[in-house]
Ligand binder design. Structure first.
Ligand SMILES: Cc1ncc(C[n+]2csc(CCOP(=O)(O)OP(=O)(O)O)c2C)c(N)n1
Ligand SMILES: [Mg+2]
Length: 331
C-alpha cells in the first residue's frame, strides 16, 4: 500500500510546517521521557508498576494533534505519552510518577492515575477498559451542554475483549455521541499475543457491527494517524457520531519496566524496530525539506535539556506530607 504521506498532497504553509515539526518534537519528548523514566524506575525511584509507551508515540501524538485543547481524552495504563501530548508539563508528570508533592495529583495517582483536568485529560487508568465509559460520558455531557467538545478514548488490544467496549460503542452509536474510540493494537496484552486471546482477525469489525465507521491504520506513521483522526474528529464535532480507529503499533519495551520479554519473537521485534515512528517522521521531514539534519539535531538537544531540567526538578521535589493523606478523599 502506498505511504499515506506520499499519497496525500501536503500544504507547506508556515502553519503546516510548524505542525509537523511540533508533532516530531512531541514524539521525541515522549521517547526521551520514557527512556529516562525506564532507568529511574529500574532503580526503584517510582512506586508501583510503570508501563512505558516507547514505540507508540505516533499513535499518541497523531490522535491528540487532531484535537482542540478543550477536547477530552481518557487514557489507559500506558498513558504517559497521552498526558504529554495533551499538554502536561514533563516536570509535573515526572513528579507524579515519582510520587512527589509537586506532581499533577500531588503524588497520589502515580503512573496509572494521572488526572489532569487543566488539559481535559480524564486520566490514565489502571483498570483495563476503564477509560472508555469516562470518554463516552464526557462526550454525552459535552453534547448535553451544547458544547462543541468531543472525547477520545485510548485503549489497548487487550481491552477489546472487555464488555465495556461493546456497551459503550453501542450506546455511542445509538446516541451519535461525539467520541472517537482508538485501539492502540500493540499485539500483546501483558505477556500474551493478541491472537491467542482475541477471536476474529478483523478488529475493525468490532466497530462495524455497530455501524460505526471503522478504520485500520499504520500506527507507526504519525501523519497517517493524524489524517484518520482529523476525519474522525470532524465527524464527531459535526454531530455525525462515533468512529473507531485501530492503530497497529508496537511497544519497544516490556509490558512494564522489568519485564524481560522472553515471550516475544526477536525477528518480529527487529522488524518493528525498523519501523520506529521517530525515524520515519525524521526522514520524511528531511526529504520534504521541513527540516535539515542540523535542525533535527538542535531539536534533540533542546528536548534532552528539557527532560534533564524536568527530571532534576521532580527528583528534588518534596514527598507529600503525611498530614495531607486524607485530603481529597471525601470531596
Ligand atoms: C479489568 C482489568 N483486568 C486485568 C488487568 C490486568 N492487566 C493490566 S494491563 C493488562 C494487559 C492490557 O493489554 P492491552 O489492553 O493490550 O494494553 P497494553 O498493555 O498492551 O498497552 C492486563 C490484563 C487490569 N489492570 N484490569
Ligand atoms: Mg496490547
Amino acid at each position: 500500500m502506498k505511504d499515506a504521506r506520499a499519497a496525500r498532497e501536503r500544504k507547506s504553509s508556515p502553519a503546516e510546517s510548524a505542525r509537523y515539526l511540533a508533532m516530531h518534537r512531541m514524539m521525541l519528548l515522549i521517547r526521551r521521557f520514557e527512556e529516562t523514566l525506564r532507568s529511574l524506575a529500574a532503580g526503584g525511584a517510582a512506586p508501583g508498576l510503570v508501563h512505558l509507551c516507547a514505540g507508540q508515540e505516533a499513535t499518541n501524538v497523531g490522535v491528540i494533534s487532531a484535537l482542540a485543547p478543550d477536547d477530552y481524552i481518557a487514557s489507559h495504563h500506558r498513558g504517559h505519552g497521552h498526558c504529554l501530548a495533551k499538554g502536561v508539563a514533563p516536570e509535573a508528570l515526572m513528579a507524579e510518577i515519582l510520587g512527589k508533592a509537586t506532581g499533577v495529583c500531588g503524588g497520589r495517582g502515580g503512573s496509572m492515575h494521572v488526572f489532569d483536568p487543566d488539559h481535559f485529560n480524564l486520566g490514565t487508568n489502571g483498570v483495563v477498559g476503564g477509560g472508555i465509559p469516562l470518554a463516552a460520558g464526557a462526550a454525552l455531557a459535552a453534547r448535553t451542554r451544547g458544547s462543541k467538545q468531543i472525547a477520545v478514548c485510548f485503549f489497548g488490544d487487550g481491552a477489546l475483549n472487555q464488555g465495556l467496549v461493546h456497551e459503550c460503542m453501542n450506546m455511542a452509536a445509538i446516541w451519535k455521541l461525539p467520541v472517537v474510540f482508538v485501539c492502540e493494537n500493540n499485539g500483546y496484552g501483558e505477556f500474551t499475543a493478541m491472537g491467542d486471546v482475541t477471536a476474529g482477525a478483523e478488529l475493525v469489525a468490532r466497530g462495524e457491527v455497530f455501524d460505526i465507521p471503522s478504520r485500520m491504520i499504520d500506527g507507526m506513521d504519525v501523519l497517517a494517524v493524524f489524517d484518520a483522526s482529523s476525519e474522525a474528529v470532524a465527524r464527531a464535532r459535526a454531530g455525525e457520531g462515533p468512529s473507531f480507529l485501530v492503530c497497529n503499533t508496537w511497544r519497544f519495551g516490556g509490558h512494564h519496566v522489568g519485564d524481560r520479554q522472553e515471550y516475544k519473537d526477536s525477528a518480529e521485534a527487529r522488524a518493528w524496530a525498523a519501523r520506529d515512528p521517530l525515524l520515519k517522521m525524521a526522514a520524511w521531514l528531511v526529504e520534504n525539506k521541513y527540516a535539515d539534519e542540523s535542525r533535527l539535531a538542535e531539536m534533540e538537544e533542546q528536548v534532552a535539556r528539557e527532560i534533564r531540567v524536568a527530571v532534576a526538578a521532580a527528583r528534588a521535589a518534596p514527598e507529600p506530607d503525611a498530614s495531607e493523606l486524607a485530603s481529597h478523599v471525601h470531596g
